[in-house]
Design a protein around this ligand. Sequence first.
Ligand SMILES: Cc1cc2nc3c(=O)[nH]c(=O)nc-3n(C[C@H](O)[C@H](O)[C@H](O)COP(=O)(O)O)c2cc1C
Length: 289
Amino acid sequence: MQKCSLFLFSGSGNTRFVASNFASELSAKYSVSTQEIDKITRGFETIQDDFDITGIIYPVHALNAPAIFFSFIKDHLPEGKGRKAFIVKSPGDPFFQGGSSYQVRKALTEKGYSVVHESMIVMPANVFLRFPDHFITEICLNAKEKIASAAREIIEGKERRHRNSLLVNISTAVFSAMEHAGSFFFGKDLKISDRCTNCGKCIIECPVRNIEEGKKEKPVIGWKCMICMRCIYGCPADAISPRTLKFFKVEWYDLKKLSDTDRSTFTKTENVRPFYKRYREYLDNKEAF
Ligand SMILES: Cc1cc2nc3c(=O)[nH]c(=O)nc-3n(C[C@H](O)[C@H](O)[C@H](O)COP(=O)(O)O)c2cc1C
């Protein structure tokens, strides 16, 4: 059986959901292994270089992959030697195809991979926008269907690449450069409230080791934040929030519970607000991924 290695990053759980559904769909043809790239970049895991095809699965940050992907591809991913790769984006909205994939495609190509398939699996936004639970459920159920279709194409060897317009390429370069530079300040804007029990979870889980034990009761946040939101949504005491950029944090949703909803009894979200119209087009179009 051929081997497929999936490499993902997930700040708040959405991309982990996408990757695990991809893994089960792809197991119809491949022996699949899944690794979270920050465990590799932090030295907790190593990569077994015996795969035939690889999948790079990322949450969209400012129309691009988070910066950690570029260092992962450059410094950790084994040489491609002509092997096939596919790209999966899990953005929080369906606009601009989840941004341009040209930078990730270029990094993979330079590493010797042949990028044969790209897909976009829209998940709930983890910043700015908090949808009603019913709509989040619909997005997750739809994601499972789109993942099944995209995985089938990969298994059948069908090629699909996103065609990004020049405008999207330029927007991606500009917004993502701004995000990469501004992310350090976001970390410094985070406040740890007195609810903190000093349990250490944020210190252990920060993908870029940006949170350290403090001299007093609370941890201390440094200058390396990548705005993944993991410490914010993962804190058991809900003690971490932005001071000024409050709109980044949304009321959290139970992804597991909502996505486990029975599809056969689920009805489409009615009275979709005008802003959601574009989502409706995406959700109703089975080919859109
Ligand atoms: C800093 C940041 C920037 C983001 N930028 C975008 C964006 O440009 N376009 C988009 O569709 N979603 C954007 N999102 C939303 C996430 O890509 C989306 O919710 C994703 O599914 C989160 O995955 P995760 O839970 O695995 O981290 C952004 C999220 C963060 C934290």
